[in-house]
Design a binder for this molecule. Structure first.
Ligand SMILES: [Zn+2]
Length: 287
């Protein structure tokens, strides 16, 4: 099945709508699938199609939840979080249990704001986004990483910069952005970076850094901002005790290996997350 689908896409990408005799890839399909002459007919896209047929400003998303989340629930959470952008449309794609969706925006600015502001949450569950591509097939869409803002706490002064900080953050995942000033220096009580983290692996609780030539490496605690739902036994995002394949035993004190301290406390100076919230807060409305 999958090889047939792959070949079919190859044929579509050829895209000129000619007969099977000249379409690259189709002759090969004829042989493998024993196509009838009718089945060998090709429908192709053309470059002069209406704008309506395509999608201009869109992202593909997934809610990382063990239960099925309906598109209206996703829209109910994302619309205020994204500042009620003009023209927002959300629809489910693929198998229900995969919680995949497409979000369309009225303009590029709103789309980029959503892409760069992740992680977003539906309830406590993470929403992961990626660029939309016309050629994506829902069953093949893979979300294997999530971008999170990570903090390393109580670092020695010599590590509060982009140079060494990137090395430390590199232990956590792919470093997308360091929160440093124009000179590459970090300020505040922790080092902060946006890091792409592998979803299949347990969250790291800290990093080992050799901060001194002669002494052994030291352990530095990590915290994650807006950390979504994860299982406190295995440390993996997106599932709970019922779905876990690799639960870990409790320690001698009866505690699970992971706990809520991995979640960074909310800023004291509260960031306004959306226009709706801002309006609600200034007029004292209850949401
Ligand atoms: Zn697990």
């Amino acid at each position: 099945m999958s090889t047939a689908a792959g070949g079919d896409r190859g044929a579509r990408q050829g895209g000129s709508g000619k007969g099977p005799e000249t379409e690259p890839g189709v002759a090969d399909l004829f042989g493998r699938l024993n196509l009838t002459e009718e089945e060998g007919e090709v429908a192709a896209f053309s470059d002069d199609e209406d704008e309506d047929a395509g999608v201009q400003w869109a992202v593909v998303g997934k809610v990382l939840s063990p239960s099925t989340i309906h598109a209206t629930t996703i829209k109910g959470a994302m619309k205020p979080a994204w500042g009620n952008p003009c023209g927002l449309k959300i629809r489910s794609i693929g198998e229900k249990a995969d919680n995949l969706f497409i979000a369309e925006f009225g303009d590029k600015f709103a789309m980029e704001r959503a892409l760069e502001g992740s992680p977003w949450l539906v309830g406590k569950h993470a929403v992961i986004l990626r660029d939309y591509d016309d050629r994506l097939v829902p069953s093949e869409i893979v979300f294997d990483k999530i971008d999170l803002w990570v903090r390393i706490l109580n670092l020695p002064l010599g590590w509060m910069n982009a140079h060494r900080g990137t090395r430390a953050m590199g232990l956590v995942g792919d470093v997308k952005k360091m929160d440093v000033d124009g000179d590459g220096k970090a300020s505040g009580p922790f080092l902060r970076a946006r890091v792409a983290i592998e979803l299949a692996k347990p969250l790291r609780r800290g990093v080992l850094l050799k901060t001194d030539r002669v002494k052994p490496p030291d352990w530095f605690d990590l915290q994650y901002e807006k950390l979504p739902f994860f299982y406190h036994s295995c440390g993996v995002l997106g599932h709970g005790d019922l779905e876990c394949a690799t639960p870990a035993p409790r320690n001698a004190l009866g505690k699970l290996l992971y706990d809520i301290t991995l979640r960074a406390p909310e800023d004291k100076k509260k960031k306004i997350q959306s226009l709706t919230q801002a309006a609600a807060e200034s007029f004292g409305m209850v949401l």
